[in-house]
Design a protein around this ligand. Structure first.
Ligand SMILES: NC(=O)c1ccc[n+]([C@@H]2O[C@H](COP(=O)([O-])OP(=O)(O)OC[C@H]3O[C@@H](n4cnc5c(N)ncnc54)[C@H](OP(=O)(O)O)[C@@H]3O)[C@@H](O)[C@H]2O)c1
Length: 386
């Protein structure tokens, strides 16, 4: 498992804890949370651990707590290609997941994929490698898990459209003026999902929904004009597929990541969750109402920018991801407003000179260019260093 100490990683381990007769963890990797990594390794008796360790102090701490720990990107690659593992859970945040995921595919591992950036920036490479190696990419994201479940047993050529649902985030009802002055705390208070900070801010700007459209395009080989988004504020319907006869299949449950994680890990079986405490039974009269609304991209320009970058293709999605990561970090540090995120991304997408059909170095270069130039733009606009 790559990213075991994060929000998804910890929930994957909740699932493993409930089904020890089905799953065994062979290796864990994280970046810097050495204490939790060591606790997890102890609890699940994991023989192999890796720590990316951005500083010598973290590396030192990792060596102390985890004898034999693998360090740096090489450590992630070793975890991703470990002979004993059948499935690699890709749950790191950011673009560090791309290379290990490609390496895991080449060694024939099934991929349970949470990491969005991997598909958004390198979807053409990931899906091509997966086809070549004959491996499956199983989605962990709840919307894609829903689409995947609705598509099972059906013909792709009979799909009229994929309909991805969105909660609308914490500012669904806010005016543009109100969104301009929201605080970090308000943006981190998502109404239905508890997630890591980056994806929570992406959910507040609806960038997350744009990234999900790109993921769906690659995962299900669907053209962009057949992928739509509708707001479903209760987050009970996780997505839908409409077929050419007009029939619509939807997948529902109370909002939880445990279910899509379990689905990816247990596929093609469905394991019994009753008595595990993982999933509360859905009581329809309690839900009472399901609401649906159109997504307003005038108030949420990040969604429009993601769709535009996707249509332009090449390295544009890499610039989208790089600029967004850097701008979200600036927002979380209290240096820019929430609406500045879209402004930064739009400026960089305009300045970018794209590369068609990029390989891994070109992807990483475009992303690094976007990060650097976002910082420069910040310094120009606000006259300070980041
Ligand atoms: N959270 C959700 O509900 C959700 C839903 C759908 C999709 N996703 C996607 O899943 C991914 C993970 O999301 P999250 O919310 O779990 O993020 P998170 O809570 O921030 O956790 C990120 C994980 O990745 C690890 N990591 C980051 N950089 C790393 C590096 N260079 N080397 C090794 N490990 C690294 C972190 O380790 P440390 O803790 O040691 O820093 C942590 O374990 C993201 O791409 C997100 O978009 C998340």
């Amino acid at each position: 498992m790559l990213g075991s100490t994060g929000s998804i990683g910890r929930q994957v381990l909740d699932v493993v804890r409930c089904f020890p007769e089905h799953f065994r963890v062979q290796a864990l990797a994280a970046r810097q949370n050495v204490t939790l990594l060591a606790e997890q390794a102890r609890e699940f008796q994991v023989p192999v651990t890796a720590c990316f360790a951005e500083s010598p102090e973290v590396a030192e701490g990792a060596r102390e707590l985890l004898p034999g720990v693998l360090l740096g990107e090489q450590g992630l690659l070793e975890v991703a290609t470990l002979a004993e593992a059948d499935v690699v859970v890709a749950a790191t945040s950011g673009l560090v997941g791309l290379n290990p995921t490609l390496a895991a595919i080449r060694t024939g591992k099934t991929i349970a994929l949470a990491n969005k950036e991997t598909l958004v920036m390198g979807g053409h490479l990931v899906m091509e490698e997966a086809r070549r190696a004959g491996v499956s990419i199983l989605p962990i994201d709840s919307e894609h898990s829903a689409l995947w479940q609705c598509l099972r047993g059906e013909q792709t050529c009979e799909v009229r459209r994929l309909i991805i649902t969105a909660s609308g985030g914490p500012f669904r009802r806010a005016t543009l003026e109100e969104i301009r002055s929201v605080t970090v705390e308000q943006a981190l208070a998502h109404p239905t999902w508890r997630m890591g900070p980056k994806i929570t801010i992406d959910s507040a700007t609806l960038m997350n929904k744009g990234l999900e459209v790109i993921e769906a395009h690659w995962l299900f080989d669907m053209p962009y004009d057949k992928i739509e988004v509708v707001v479903q504020p209760e987050s009970i319907i996780h997505s839908m597929v409409e077929y050419r006869d007009g029939s619509i299949k939807m997948q529902a449950s109370l909002p939880t990541m445990h279910l899509p994680i379990l689905n990816a890990l247990s596929y093609p079986a469905r394991l019994d969750t009753s008595g595990t405490g993982l999933l509360r039974e859905l009581c329809w009269p309690e839900v009472a109402r399901l609401n649906f609304e159109a997504l307003d991209s005038a108030r949420f320009p990040c969604f429009r920018l993601a769709r535009e970058a996707a249509q332009r293709g090449g390295t544009y999605p890499c610039v989208l991801v790089g600029a967004d990561e850097e701008a979200v970090a600036l927002f979380l540090a209290g240096k820019i407003g929430l609406t500045d995120i879209a402004m930064f991304i739009e400026t960089l997408l305009e300045q970018h000179r794209p590369v068609a059909n990029p390989d891994v170095p070109a992807i990483l270069d475009a992303c690094a260019w976007a990060r650097r130039h976002t910082q420069m733009l910040y310094e120009q606009r606000y006259g300070r260093n980041v």
